[in-house]
Ligand binder design. Structure first.
Ligand SMILES: C[S@@+](CC[C@H](N)C(=O)[O-])C[C@H]1O[C@@H](n2cnc3c(N)ncnc32)[C@H](O)[C@@H]1O
Length: 228
């Protein structure tokens, strides 16, 4: 039977970022190069998307809605895409003008190999599992020089997010940390990447590590259940 998830944002339609994280996100989106496209990977009910869209629209009324790209499986909760679209409509945004990509973020990445690398802002907030996070890092290949990437849930509560972003930063000196507010980390791409942000070998290695982390997590749960 298919698992149905519940999330507060499903009913309140709000952003899952805290007020301080949202302030940083908006500040950075306003500072970014408005000629590029804006991407959100993992949008839930669209609360953060609405905030990003309206912030840019206020300062750049002429900005085209199709500059905004959203990726999500839209299978997290019942009528996920319907809820997302109605949230946009409620906020006077026409969802049909947005570039919506439904599916797994890495599959979409591979299916769109020929698209332009013209993103000026990428918010990564989809699956927090290491095996998926390490793959989502590949989207940064499409970030322009001077572009900003933001990662939500960069905290010890989500080792998958922390490890993947730390690997990126350690191996690519052309990315620098800009700000960390609560669990929102903002980084900037300062120069072109010479090879690739994350190699195939690293993807393989961190997929194995992800499985080990899963085993550790479920062993911990079982031990707790039996009082050990
Ligand atoms: C943490 S929520 C996003 C919260 C949203 N950014 C906000 O601030 O309101 C994660 C979202 O990522 C989506 N997701 C999870 N795994 C995914 C994957 N592999 N590819 C695309 N989307 C995924 C889920 O459907 C869910 O909507």
């Amino acid at each position: 039977m298919k698992k149905t998830n519940t999330r507060e944002c499903m009913t309140n339609l709000q952003s899952e970022l805290t007020a301080n994280e949202l302030t940083l996100l908006k500040e950075k989106i306003l500072e970014s190069d408005h000629k590029g496209r804006i991407l959100e990977i993992g949008t839930a009910a669209g609360g953060t998307f609405v905030e990003m869209f309206n912030t840019l629209k206020e300062s750049q009324p002429e900005i085209a809605p199709n500059k905004f790209v959203v990726i999500d499986t839209f299978e997290y909760f019942t009528d996920h895409l319907g809820i997302w679209k109605s949230n946009l409509e409620k906020n006077s945004i026409n969802p049909d003008e947005i570039d919506i990509r439904k599916g797994d973020s890495y599959k979409i990445f591979k299916q769109t190999q020929n698209e332009k690398s013209d993103y000026s802002f990428i918010l990564v907030d989809a699956s927090h599992l290491l095996k998926n996070m390490i793959r989502d890092i590949r989207w940064l290949e499409r970030l322009k020089v001077g572009g900003i990437a933001a990662f939500h849930d960069y905290s010890t509560n989500f080792p998958g997010v922390q490890i993947a972003v730390n690997v990126l930063l350690k191996n690519n000196s052309n990315y620098k940390k800009v700000n960390l507010v609560e669990s929102l980390l903002v980084i900037e791409k300062t120069a072109e990447t010479t090879s690739r942000e994350i190699s195939c070998c690293q993807i393989f290695l961190y997929t194995v590590l992800s499985k080990l982390l899963d085993l550790k997590r479920s062993a911990k749960k079982r031990l707790k259940k039996i009082g050990l």
